[in-house]
Design a protein around this ligand. Structure first.
Ligand SMILES: NC(=O)C1=CN([C@@H]2O[C@H](COP(=O)(O)OP(=O)(O)OC[C@H]3O[C@@H](n4cnc5c(N)ncnc54)[C@H](O)[C@@H]3O)[C@@H](O)[C@H]2O)C=CC1
Ligand SMILES: O=C(O)[C@@H]1CCC=N1
Length: 273
């Protein structure tokens, strides 16, 4: 399935990852994209990267044309506190459009009230969408149709894994997979630092660390084995890994990750207020 005309509000990091991923995966033609961005640097970035797309500073241009007139889907990719000002702009008429928000914490009820109808989907994606390895969850408001869900699944499925959840689970999703790439980048950076400390060149240490994280993730996903068992398989009796595991447990890495996920989920709940 090819996506219809799409208008994206906000051209920052997550829009670049998600929409860029959809263009690269071939489900969206750049010629069907209108990107609204108040920053000229952002518009220039999109125009250079995807010359066929249309960029606009606001919801209308000097000729009075609306950024929304010909689109079927609108993707809200601005920061959570910008959602309300965007939706209260008198030039923004989202009647008859499927509206998708990726703003962390902003409830469906807030978006449907601002949009004026409930053909609205709330998504929590993540930035590895850019390379086709995203992880996303979504929840729908009441007027969303089967074909709308098909569009959302096409968008998210083209750039990785997608799952429908109940809205009250989206804060937890944010804690695990929305914010999650940042935790793993920290782990990769720290593993590479450890390799450098132990004598490896930086580049070699970073390649080994990144491939190890990728390999371990693929093992969990493809074998279906419990991660605890896969961990045990690495720990030879009296060997190197169990010595390292003891250090990780002494430093409460497990508890720190659990607390990190919960801190992100709690912040997501706070953003709803
Ligand atoms: N960065 C991430 O990994 C993830 C972000 N999100 C959500 O995505 C949304 C965007 O986050 P980022 O891309 O990280 O932020 P960002 O700051 O990189 O991008 C937001 C963009 O919106 C633009 N903007 C501000 N006011 C605007 C307006 N009135 N109309 C159009 N554009 C406007 C800004 O100039 C900026 O380029 C947030 O709501 C966030 O919660 C969700 C999942 C992951
Ligand atoms: O940090 C944030 O608020 C956004 C939402 C999830 C990932 N980045």
């Amino acid at each position: 399935m090819k996506l219809p005309q799409l208008t994206v509000v906000g051209g920052g990091q997550m829009a670049r990852a998600l929409v860029g991923g959809m263009i690269q995966q071939g489900v969206l033609d750049a010629s069907k994209l209108t990107l609204i961005a108040p920053s000229s640097n952002t518009r220039q970035w999109w125009a250079e990267k995807y010359p066929d797309c249309r960029t606009m500073e606001g919801s209308t241009n000097e000729a009075g044309e609306s950024a929304y007139a010909s689109c079927e889907i609108v993707l809200l990719a601005v920061k959570p506190h910008i959602i309300a000002p965007v939706l209260s702009d008198p030039n923004v008429d989202l009647g008859g459009k499927l509206v998708i928000s990726i703003a962390a914490g902003v409830p469906l009820a807030t978006i449907t009230a601002g949009v004026g109808h409930s053909r609205v989907v709330r998504v929590m994606p993540n930035t590895p969408s850019l390379v086709g390895e995203g992880a996303a969850a979504y929840s729908t408001a009441e007027s969303v149709t089967g074909s709308d869900i098909e569009s959302v699944e096409t968008m998210l499925g083209s750039v990785g894994y997608a799952v429908q959840v109940s809205e009250n689970q989206l804060d937890a999703v944010t804690g695990v997979s929305g914010s999650g790439p940042a935790y793993i980048y920290l782990v990769i950076e720290a593993l590479a630092d450890g390799g450098v400390a132990a004598g490896l060149p930086r580049k070699t240490a970073l390649e080994l660390a990144a491939q190890t994280v990728r390999g371990a993730a693929t093992m969990v996903r493809d074998t279906g084995e419990h991660p605890g068992l896969l961990k045990d398989n690495v720990c030879s009796p009296g060997g190197t890994t169990i010595a390292a595991m003891r250090v990780l447990e002494q430093n409460a890495v497990r508890g720190a990750l659990i607390d990190a996920v919960n801190a992100s989920a709690a912040r997501s709940r706070e953003l709803a207020k």
